[in-house]
Design a protein around this ligand. Sequence first.
Ligand code: 5AD
Length: 341
Amino acid sequence: MLYESVLDELVEHRDLSDEALATLLSCNDGEVEEELHSRAREFAVSRFGHEVYLRGLVEWSNVCRNDCLYCGIRRSNPGVSRYTLTKEEILSCAERIYDEGIRTIVLQSGENPSSALSLAGVVSEIKSSWPDVAVTLGLGELPFSTYATLRSDGADRFLLRHETANPSHYARLHPAGMSLEHRLECLSELRRLGFQTGMGMMVGSPYQSVCDLVADIRLIQSFRPEMIGIGPFVPQKDTPFGSFPPGSPVLTLKLYSILRIMLPNALIPSTTALATVLQGGCSRGILAGANVVMPYFTPAAQREAYHLYDNKSSGQLSAIKQELASIGYRANLSRGDYQAE
Ligand code: 5AD
């Protein structure tokens, strides 16, 4: 196979030239994809065995001050019925997660600085009730003082996708006033505060080029985040990008594999967005080198209102466990912190 030497080089040097990366991302050959996934899987299995970390996800508020052009819960979407769970409701979701044996609780919401600050009390209560859980937050860009409060109240990890490493592409995806530069400052601050930090991007977002994806890989290589969140863009009909086509699941899977080989210890989720655009996407992601899945524990009444995109996959714990079993993997419920090499 012509690509054999490219894959050999990727595995040996855990890197590739820009040109080779662009070629690998653009090539359309099932055999090459299979070989790439199988090499990535070897890296994952040698570190994690046939096990996948589960994280219990609670989408605790869909109120958002932001207006990202791709996102279904953007401020200017009037079709969303807005909710914020009470402290008691969040704690009861956390309890359900704990009772399932899962030891990472992910609290995700729209960007809302005042309620994010009040979440600090919930974080400290979770940590004092269940000291053996890790709390991961995904709350967007916040004042650094709020990040600091959340960290000192016990939050362990923070997910903040960079969305694209190309500043002009970033500007086309986001409202005026937002910048890649500030996003990266937030990520550096989160790391400085001692959070395990996650970054990532959508694949196939409007106006994205292969060159942009190569830049994303370079940024991830240089920041070396503990977690890497990547999913295909999925259009949401009430957004300005509602009529753009979805991103390619095949390309998404290739990125999981390339990044698994480059950063073998990274925590890489097989995302809900992937499962939304690809039948069996959850297991396909794992077989391409991902090692995390995030089942939902958002109460059913609110789940419908947390749609960043259309036709969102169900993400139910039982279905996920079944899908993992069908490929010979099992759930690892432990905290699953990042382990440095
Ligand atoms: N399609 C896919 N992913 C999306 N996100 C937001 N909107 C969409 C969409 N339409 C992703 C962004 C964000 C994360 C919380 O969800 O990457 O960082």
